[in-house]
Design a protein around this ligand. Structure first.
Ligand SMILES: [Zn+2]
Ligand SMILES: [Zn+2]
Length: 257
């Protein structure tokens, strides 16, 4: 079993509970029904990672490590400085990877299955198409080798990333003044709600995964004064059939903008 689950599952349960007590968008009734396809997807993606993808990543990182390849091996930083640098550099890569998922039509086919959810909450953090996971795993292999990142450094990044995405997809009603303070450092629910907006100019903003700095530096940061007025989801794929498991799975393979 993936050791990260010891942290991720309790984080999911706690945030899901708190969303019920302090919701941003109020009046949601069928939260378990909404969560169901996302939980099945998480199990499917977990299986895929356990059987295949983790082994591939481990082999690539081990291969580079044995040969002392990559930027971090050249830099030879002190122990903790290397871990922090690895985290920051990989987070910058994730910013551009996410942007590529929106800009390149082939990648968008898979990523739009994440955006077709019309009621975003913490379980939306589990709604990533297995195809996107496979593409992401293979495309990042050369990046891991070029950076000289160890498997342990990548595992730590993924743990923080997973908790961060559970948090910023959540329907927690965090007051805007607190949200503003937190998003000076990391992506918050109000920041990521803008990214899940039905409006194209908002959809094409706020790409960062963990540290909010990358959107600010690259001019893709957008905020909305009243995030309660955001319509979540895409202009298409809004019907019930696209929300459920089978519609979600076939989303990359149907003709739709
Ligand atoms: Zn996106
Ligand atoms: Zn998202």
């Amino acid at each position: 079993m993936d050791k990260k689950l010891v942290f991720i599952v309790p984080a999911l349960v706690i945030i899901f509970f708190l969303e019920g007590v302090y919701p941003h968008f109020k009046g949601r009734k069928q939260r378990m029904r909404h969560a169901f396809p996302h939980i099945v997807t998480a199990l499917l993606n977990g299986l895929l990672t356990g059987i295949l993808l983790a082994g591939i990543t481990l082999s690539a990182a081990g291969w580079a490590d044995a040969r002392s390849l990559g930027f971090l091996n050249v830099l030879r930083l002190p122990y903790y400085a290397e871990w922090i640098t690895a985290f920051i550099l990989f987070d910058i890569y994730m910013y551009f990877w996410h942007m590529a998922n929106h800009r390149l039509s082939f990648l968008w086919r898979f990523h739009r299955a994440h955006h077709s959810d019309i009621e975003m909450d913490t379980t939306t953090a589990l709604r990533f198409h297995p195809g996107e996971l496979i593409l992401s795993t293979f495309i990042r292999l050369p990046i891991i080798v070029l950076l000289g990142m160890s498997f342990a450094q990548l595992a730590l990044y993924e743990l923080v990333l997973n908790i961060a995405i559970l948090f910023h997809h959540s329907n927690l009603g965090i007051p805007e003044k607190w949200d503003r303070v937190i998003r000076a450092f990391i992506v918050t629910p109000n920041m990521h709600r803008v990214h899940h907006s039905i409006e194209l100019r908002e959809l094409n903003s706020n790409f960062t995964s963990t540290l909010s700095l990358w959107d600010r530096l690259n001019g893709t940061f957008k905020k909305r004064d009243n995030t309660l007025t955001i319509t979540i989801g895409l202009p298409v794929l809004r019907e019930r059939k696209w929300q459920g498991l089978s519609g979600f799975i076939i989303t990359p393979f149907v003709r739709s903008e």
